[in-house]
Design a protein around this ligand. Sequence first.
Ligand SMILES: [Zn+2]
Length: 306
Amino acid sequence: MTQEARAVIGRYAPSPTGPLHFGSLIAALASFCQARGQGGRWLLRIDDLDHPRVVAGAERAIRDTLADFGLVHDGPVLYQSERRVAYAEAVEHLKNTGFAFDCGCTRREARDGPVGLEGPVYPGTCRNGLPPGREARSVRLRVQRERIELLDHFQGRYGQDLAADIGDFVIRRADGITAYQLATVLDDQAQGVTDVIRGADLLSSTPRQIWIHRCLGWAPPTYGHIPVVVDADGEKLGKSTGALALDPAARQAQLIECLAMLGQMPPASLETRSVPGVLRWAVDNWEASRVPRRMDCRRLEMPGAG
Ligand SMILES: [Zn+2]
């Protein structure tokens, strides 16, 4: 990572599929602090591309919750649903430059490959052109045998050999919707995002996103993956868990809990501050190096711990 001056831009990109929960607040707060703590801007993007999963009213509720908790974004909100032309142009560009190809395989046929990190690795059937009599269903991005590594702000070094671990992956789905991986990269680039802070469940997507940046001739942003909150057995907590519901009447306490979970050691005196006061402390004292690699829900019982 170079130390030269750069205009820091962070973002929070929720899907409008339901209300924010405690885990979402941790991720939103971490990306907010990472950007504002470096004097940067913090943007909001609504990942509303996957229409069947979009819930009416969820976007409004998310924006209201963020505002309640003092997480005020800079600039206009970017909606993925308004970016379809840009996505289609990028898919065409990747096809024209040989990085992407039409795939005629059904979901079942694409499962014929060896097992990789996220299920079967695409067997390469359509890599060199559609087999006779087949029609294009999806579009895939060609990967190569090479380890793609990143130095995550919180998780340290992480890497994958995309050819062995993932395979040529879908960038436009058979239903015509742009795949999450491509849309995210195009939006991060369009918004000039420098620091992608999000949940650790997306860490395994990151080498694919770095690869897309490279295919398009762009330098990738830096990444930081907030650990997933786990229970005593190391299992990811469900959204139904009572401890994870957000309570607008307890905003300061919940923000302080989030800061404690993020390893930021909020002082007891913060409990008397207003929501903007808590956030000001959080931004002024943000230390990315203190974010733990794992989070244990047992810490949830101790608001303001540390
Ligand atoms: Zn195929």
